[in-house]
Write a protein that binds this ligand. Structure first.
Ligand code: GLN
Length: 538
C-alpha cells in the first residue's frame, strides 16, 4: 500500500517548494523506491493554459497534453515520476467535478459542502495517483502558503488522510524561511509561527526544511525543534546552493533526510545511491568553459517564463562540460534599436523560444535574420520556428511583409496560418494542438542525424502551422522542410541551407530534458555554439 508525503510551505511564497519536493522524490528514488509526484494549485483556473507567463511562469505540458504548473517540470527533471493530467490538481478541477456530480444528482439530495464533498473529491484525486500499481510513495505538494484562504480545503483533506489511512502511512514536510535580519542574525520566529499555523488546522509537521542563506547552527535547530515539536534531527537546514539547484538532493541526503523519511514511514528499500546524480552535477560545477547563449523573447523579466528552456540549456552544458551564460535579449528592444545587430554581439548561439501574440515579433525576425547571415547557431522552438519561416520568406523568397495570421490576419503572404478546419472554431483554447505526437525526419537532415532516429515523439502546444500553400515555394527557395507529421500534413521542423546549425522545431523538446539525460537537440546546439565561440576567438 502506498505511503503519502505532503509538502507544505510557510512564511512566504517562492521558497522553492517544488524543487524541495522534487529533491525528496529524487533521493527516495535513489533508494529504489517507486514514487509519484502530484502538484496541487489552489487557484480557480482549471489549468495553467489560460494564464500569462507573467502570472505563473511557463506552462508545462505533459505527454497527454495537460497544461500544468511549472513545478511538474521540476518533478520531471529530478525524478522518473510518470506525469500526466492526473498529477496536476487545481481548485477549478475539483469544483468542476463536484458541481458536475451535483447536477447529475449523485449526491442524492444532500447539501453539497466543502467538508465532506470537496475534501472527498480532493482525496479521490490524490489516491487515484497514489494507488496506481507499484507506487511506493506519492509526494503531494500543496501550492501556496499555509494561512492562505485558497489552500484550506486541501490542507483539511491532507489532515483527514491520517484518519483515513493511518498515521504510519502519512508524513508532513513543511518548508519555511529563516530570514537574516539586521547584522545577519537568523530569526526563527517566522518558522515557529508557520508551524503553529499548521497545528491550528490539525497538522503537526514531521519534518521541517528551513530555507536560509547559510547552514543553520545546531543551536538554531534546537530552538526550532523545541518550539515546533519537531524532532531535532528532522529540522533540516535547506541552505542556498552555490552553483545549481541540482545540488539540493545531495545536501538533503547529507543531513539524512531520506533516512528519516524511510524510518518514519517504515519503508522497505535499498541504500541511498546518488553517485550518478552527484557526478553529473559535479561535471557542471567543475566545467571551466563558458558559452553565451542569447535568448530572444518577450517574457524575459521573469526567469520562470522560460524555465524548462533554461534548464535544458544547463543540461546541454553538462553534456558539453561548459557553463551556460544566458544573455536575455528583449525582442521589443531589438525593434526599437537603430543598428539592432549590436544586440547580438558576443553571443555564441541564439535561441528563440515559444510565445503568443504579436508583441516583439519584428525584433525576433531581425534576430533570426542576423543568425542566418552570420552563421550563428540558431535554435527556434515553436514560435521560434515560425519566425524562421517568416524571415526566410521575407528575405530570401522576397515575399514582402510575409507573416503569420496570428499577428496580421490579412497578411498578403500568410506563410504561417491556421488550418482550414481550425478557422471556424472561435473558442479560445479550443484549437490548440497539445501533447505528444510523432514527427518523421527527412533522410540526410541534420535533425535526423542529431536524434539518430527517423521518427520521434515530442510535445506540442500551438495553434498555428506552416501554411501548406507555401510549402513548395519555401522548399524551392532552399528552406529545408526536415520534419513532418507521419501523415505529412503538418510541418514539424525546418533547417536553413548552407548554415552550420539553423534548426526550428514546432514542438517543445525542453520539457523532457534532464540533467542526467540532456536532450540531443539542446546538446548539439550547445556543441555548435561552443564551436562558434572557438571560431570567433581565432
Ligand atoms: N503562437 C504560436 C502558435 O500558436 C506559437 C506557439 C508557441 O510558441 N508555443 O502557433
Amino acid at each position: 500500500m502506498s505511503k503519502y508525503i505532503f509538502v507544505t510551505g510557510g512564511v512566504c511564497s517562492s521558497l522553492g517548494k517544488g524543487v524541495a519536493a522534487a529533491s525528496i522524490g529524487n533521493i527516495l528514488e535513489s533508494r529504489g523506491l517507486n514514487i509519484q509526484m502530484i502538484k496541487i494549485d489552489p487557484y480557480i483556473n482549471v489549468d495553467a493554459g489560460t494564464m500569462s507567463p507573467y502570472q505563473h511562469g511557463e506552462v508545462y505540458v505533459t505527454d497527454d497534453g495537460a497544461e500544468t504548473d511549472l513545478d511538474l517540470g521540476n518533478y520531471s527533471r529530478f525524478t522518473a515520476s510518470r506525469l500526466s493530467k492526473n498529477n496536476s490538481i487545481t481548485t477549478g478541477q475539483i469544483y468542476r467535478e463536484v458541481i458536475r456530480k451535483e447536477r447529475e444528482g449523485q449526491y442524492l439530495g444532500k447539501t453539497v459542502q466543502v467538508i465532506p464533498h470537496v475534501t472527498d473529491e480532493i482525496k479521490r484525486r490524490i489516491t487515484m495517483v497514489g494507488e496506481e500499481q507499484g507506487v511506493d510513495v506519492a509526494i503531494v505538494e500543496i501550492g501556496g502558503t499555509v494561512g492562505d484562504i485558497e489552500s484550506i480545503p486541501f490542507l483539511e483533506a491532507a489532515r483527514q488522510f491520517i484518519h483515513d489511512v493511518g498515521k504510519n502511512r502519512v508524513l508532513f514536510i513543511h518548508l519555511t524561511l529563516v530570514p537574516a535580519v539586521g547584522g545577519g542574525e537568523f530569526k526563527t520566529k517566522p518558522t515557529q509561527h508557520s508551524a503553529k499555523a499548521l497545528r491550528e488546522i490539525g497538522i503537526q509537521p514531521d519534518i521541517l526544511l528551513c530555507r536560509a542563506a547559510k547552514p543553520l547552527s545546531e543551536e538554531m535547530r534546537r530552538k526550532i525543534s523545541l518550539f515546533t515539536n519537531v524532532e531535532l534531527d528532522s529540522v533540516i537546514s535547506a541552505y542556498d546552493v552555490k552553483t545549481t539547484i541540482y545540488e539540493i538532493p545531495v545536501h538533503f541526503s547529507k543531513q539524512n533526510l531520506d533516512e528519516i523519511v524511510v524510518r518514519k514511514l517504515n519503508l522497505k528499500c535499498g541504500d541511498t545511491n546518488l553517485k550518478k546524480w552527484d557526478n553529473t552535477i559535479k561535471t557542471y560545477i567543475e566545467s571551466n568553459k563558458t558559452v553565451r547563449i542569447g535568448i530572444v523573447g518577450k517574457y524575459l523579466n521573469l526567469h520562470d517564463s522560460y524555465k524548462s528552456i533554461f534548464e535544458a540549456l544547463i543540461h546541454a552544458g553538462i553534456a558539453n562540460k561548459a557553463k551556460i551564460e544566458l544573455v536575455k535579449i528583449d525582442s521589443e528592444n531589438v525593434e526599437k534599436k537603430a543598428g539592432a545587430d549590436s544586440c547580438f554581439e558576443g553571443i555564441h548561439g541564439m535561441l528563440i523560444p515559444g510565445g503568443f501574440g504579436e508583441r516583439g515579433i519584428e525584433g525576433m525576425i531581425t534576430a533570426a535574420c542576423y543568425a542566418r547571415n552570420h552563421q550563428l547557431p540558431y535554435f527556434g522552438i515553436c514560435l521560434g520556428m515560425q519566425i524562421m519561416v517568416i524571415e526566410y520568406a521575407r528575405n530570401v523568397l522576397d515575399f514582402k511583409n510575409a507573416n503569420s495570421t496570428e499577428f496580421v490576419p490579412q497578411a498578403k503572404y500568410p506563410v504561417i496560418s491556421l488550418l482550414e478546419e481550425q478557422i471556424d472554431i472561435k473558442l479560445y483554447g479550443g484549437t490548440m494542438r497539445l501533447g505528444r505526437s510523432n514527427s518523421k525526419f527527412k533522410e540526410n537532415s541534420l535533425i535526423r542525424q542529431i536524434y539518430g532516429q527517423e521518427s520521434v515523439g515530442e510535445r506540442h502546444r500551438h495553434r498555428y502551422e506552416v501554411s501548406n500553400q507555401y510549402r513548395k515555394q519555401l522548399q524551392e527557395g532552399g528552406l529545408i522542410i526536415s520534419g513532418l507529421t507521419p501523415d505529412e500534413e503538418l510541418v514539424e521542423s525546418v533547417e536553413w541551407p548552407s548554415h552550420p546549425w539553423g534548426i526550428g522545431v514546432q514542438f517543445h523538446p525542453e520539457f523532457v530534458s534532464k540533467p542526467t539525460e540532456p536532450h540531443p537537440l539542446f546538446s548539439s546546439f550547445v556543441a555548435y555554439s561552443l564551436a562558434f565561440s572557438d571560431k570567433i576567438k581565432k
